[in-house]
Design a protein. Structure first.
Length: 101
């Protein structure tokens, strides 16, 4: 009787674990780099970046494309060339992009 119960518990465990192990596991979880997060949060910047920096025209901003677009945005936004973008500079650059492009 004990052997029957042990087999029953083992089979229950096997059936419970088998579906979990059958699920494909992603190779890794990628966290969006800061350059991509900027464009994901702001539709104006995303449209601008897709228009000018989506080189393969897949309507997705890949990390290298986002890095180039972010560098260009920094050139537009950093008015006083101190290496930082203040909220006022960000808003002004966003308005400039919205009006011009």
């Amino acid at each position: 009787m004990a052997r029957y119960i042990a087999r029953y518990i083992a089979s229950l465990w096997l059936f419970a674990v088998a579906p979990l192990s059958a699920q494909p596991m992603p190779a890794r979880f990628d966290v969006a780099p800061a350059a991509q997060q900027i464009f994901e949060r702001d539709w104006v910047l995303m449209n601008w970046a897709l228009k000018f920096y989506d080189t393969n025209r897949d309507i997705l901003l890949e990390p290298p494309e986002a890095a180039i677009a972010a560098a260009e945005f920094r050139k537009i936004a950093d008015a006083d060339s101190d290496g930082r973008i203040t909220p006022q500079e960000y808003r002004a650059a966003r308005e400039f992009i919205l009006a011009r492009y």
